[in-house]
Design a protein around this ligand. Structure first.
Ligand code: PSV
Ligand code: MN
Ligand code: MN
Length: 391
């Protein structure tokens, strides 16, 4: 058994260089289909969203990039947004396209039967690629909300073929340093069929496109009971895990704070990550959050989220791999399981606080945020904050 006192600093060396990307929309007001509660101090524009994200990074040292969502984060001058981020010590991360809020896309966007609608959806991605050029982003993230509600409504095969053609047009427009990240989701907004419902479909499209097309795994986008760490393992094995959208869920796509509903699942995911060295920056896996803070303080919610991911990774780094190999070879089922559980039950909070202190960061970023008065300051300064884009 490992105890907190026994966590030597070198055991956590795998955290060096590990970063988490935060979503701009987590700082805006969001809600369910029933109600959007506003929070005092909510950012009024993308500049203020980036300022809030920069607070999260300043206090944790973990979150140096911010994803944007277009057109939610539309600005006249992206170069200025890029400079603003740099001035605050962060940079622009992935650019998320939006195919789910335009009337033309009622029956599909990249899969639509009408070539005019498909061309419009492709053109939106070319616009996003221009935003990438202006902001220095290298990840274009595409979540396809297309699907059908009734059997017979459209040809399932026809939609896949149209999708493949649209994706190819987008992929061909990328610059050499760009990646296309393709996100899957098994339901919603449509309920009979989704056109990219699962990792297999996303992977097939990525493989057809080329090496710079990779899969995004959003932890809230699977049927209940799905073994998500198996998918992580398989995508890594195929060299196609491009990114995570981390969040927690109890029911569906709840977008709650990562590690809040099921810290053990997050740990199991991180064990697979560590076992294939995918936590190291050279792996190219972008560890992003995709969350909404509907009732809690948004900046604090983001701080809690990145700390939860860090904690899960720290525990995964503590797995005694030699003991695990030995138990597996001996067919010691429960012995192997115990090795994992020992790591999971280790309290790493003290060791992580020491690590932060050694890096000039607050030992307790949540307490430092509360004590900083930042929430009161932005509440006084900002009036009439915006929604994240949901209605
Ligand atoms: C869709 O449910 C999704 O997970 C996609 O990543 C969207 O871009 C995001 O939510 C918006 O919050
Ligand atoms: Mn997502
Ligand atoms: Mn989602």
């Amino acid at each position: 058994m490992t105890s907190p006192q026994e966590t030597p600093p070198e055991a956590l060396a795998g955290l060096d260089g590990f970063t988490i990307e935060v979503p701009s929309w987590a700082y805006g007001n969001s809600g369910t289909r029933f109600k959007v509660f506003t929070t005092p101090g909510t950012p009024r524009d993308p500049f203020e969203k980036i300022a809030d994200a920069a607070r999260v990074h300043a206090l944790t040292g973990l979150a140096p990039r911010v994803s944007l969502h277009v057109p939610w984060d539309r600005v006249d001058d992206y170069e200025r947004l890029r400079e603003h981020a740099a001035d605050l010590g962060v940079r622009i991360g992935g650019i998320n396209s939006n195919l789910f809020q335009d009337d033309d896309y009622k029956l599909g966007s990249l899969t639509h039967a009408d070539a005019r609608v498909r061309a419009k959806a492709v053109a939106h991605h070319l616009d996003c690629i221009d935003v990438m050029r202006a902001t220095g982003s290298t990840d274009l993230k595409l979540w396809l909300p297309d699907g059908t509600n009734y059997a017979g409504q459209d040809s399932l095969r026809g939609r896949q073929d149209r999708l493949a053609d649209s994706l190819r047009r987008i992929y061909e427009a990328l610059d050499p340093e760009h990646r296309l990240l393709v996100e899957y989701k098994f339901f919603e907004p449509y309920f009979y069929s989704m056109d990219i419902p699962d990792w297999g479909t996303a992977l097939l499209h990525c493989q057809a496109l080329g090496e710079r097309a990779q899969v995004v795994l959003d932890t809230g986008h699977h049927a209940p009971g799905t073994n998500i760490e198996f998918i992580v393992m398989q995508l890594l094995r195929a060299g196609r895990l491009g990114a995570f959208d981390f969040n927690s869920r109890y029911y569906a796509d709840d977008d709650l704070i990562v590690g809040s509903a099921d810290p053990f699942q997050l740990f199991r995911i991180m064990v697979e990550i560590v076992s294939q060295d995918a936590h190291l920056p050279r792996s190219g896996v972008n560890f992003m959050l995709d969350q909404c803070h509907n009732i809690e303080d948004k900046v604090a919610g983001q701080i809690r989220s990145v700390l939860n991911v860090e904690q899960a990774l720290a525990k995964a780094l503590l797995v005694d791999t030699a003991a695990l190999d030995e138990a597996r070879l001996a067919g010691d089922v429960l012995g192997a399981h115990d090795v994992l559980m020992d790591a999971f039950h280790t309290d790493v909070r003290g060791a992580l606080a020491d690590r932060r202190e050694a890096r000039g960061l607050p030992r307790d970023p949540m307490a430092a945020y509360r004590a900083s008065g930042y929430a009161a300051k932005i509440a006084a300064e900002r009036v009439g904050g915006t929604q994240a884009g949901w209605s």
